[in-house]
Design a protein around this ligand. Structure first.
Ligand SMILES: C[S@@+](CC[C@H](N)C(=O)[O-])C[C@H]1O[C@@H](n2cnc3c(N)ncnc32)[C@H](O)[C@@H]1O
Ligand SMILES: Nc1nc2[nH]cc(C(=O)O)c2c(=O)[nH]1
Ligand code: SF4
Ligand SMILES: [Mg+2]
Length: 222
């Protein structure tokens, strides 16, 4: 049985993505292979983070104890945890659970995709302002399904333009959910809506990070 490095666990509403507004239990893994310029969770890869190890069973038992059915695996980067495929297999045996993985687009999704709607990926495509675009695994676009999401977190108009280029190049419209988010406080939301209108982005959903609106941008454990 694998052991996983976990930075924090908590129950909240999911602030992002297709399940936004619904209760979710969060497992935030420790460590990340990227270093995005805007990362709001950089503490989860710092040596000073109070990370602990949990086995698959520890994580499953914690989730069940909360009584919450939506599970969000995030981080840090969840898909760099050795053995994470085994954790997914265990969680998906439980038909009550709906598992969402927030991933940074650099890990090979083909290893983790499953034939079930109970597992969804929200995969970032890191735009130029992140400084991490070169790390994107472009073959991942082939493994995303209708239930999954490509998320573009934009910090500038140039980022928004790059997102449109990627949507068009990889013909993402209709193949999966497409979400835009803004780097919190860095790009105007109204300018982003104007950009969506100008470009007739009918297949894009703008998301706000609801937890930051509710508890503020620096709150941890929510
Ligand atoms: C902290 S990351 C963890 C999961 C994974 N490492 C990733 O990047 O997708 C979760 C989500 O928060 C987003 N995010 C991080 N910092 C942000 C910020 N300052 N403003 C808006 N979204 C941010 C990331 O782009 C990602 O979609
Ligand atoms: N409430 C809440 N919802 C979230 N959805 C995705 C999150 C993340 O950090 O990946 C997140 C988070 O940190 N808090
Ligand atoms: S990949 Fe995710 S956790 Fe890692 S630095 Fe970027 S936003 Fe932060
Ligand atoms: Mg977050």
């Amino acid at each position: 049985m694998a052991e996983y490095n976990v930075a924090e666990t908590f129950v909240s509403i999911n602030g992002e993505g297709v399940y936004a507004g619904q209760l979710a239990v969060f497992i935030r893994f420790y460590g990340c292979n990227l270093s995005c310029s805007y990362c709001d969770t950089a503490w989860a890869k710092d040596p000073g983070a109070n990370a602990r190890t949990m086995s698959e069973l520890d994580i499953y038992e914690y989730i069940k104890k909360t009584g919450i059915k939506n599970v969000t695996l995030t981080g840090g980067e969840p898909l760099i945890q050795p053995g994470i495929g085994d954790l997914l297999s265990l969680l998906l045996l439980d038909e009550e659970l709906r598992v969402e993985i927030e991933t940074n687009g650099s890990a090979d999704l083909s290893n983790y995709q499953r034939e079930t709607n109970a597992l969804t990926f929200t995969m970032d495509y890191k735009l130029p302002e992140s400084g991490m675009e070169a790390a994107m695994q472009l073959s991942n676009f082939d493994f995303l399904k209708q239930k999954d999401t490509v998320k573009f977190v934009a910090g500038s108009r140039k980022d928004l333009e790059r997102a449109v280029e990627m949507i068009n190049s990889y013909k993402l419209s209709g193949r999966c959910h497409i979400y835009f988010s803004t780097v919190f406080g860095r790009l105007s939301l109204s300018d982003t809506v104007d950009f969506m209108k100008q470009n007739r982005l009918n297949d894009v959903t703008l998301q706000l990070q609801m937890h930051k609106i509710i508890w503020g941008s620096d709150a941890v454990g929510v």
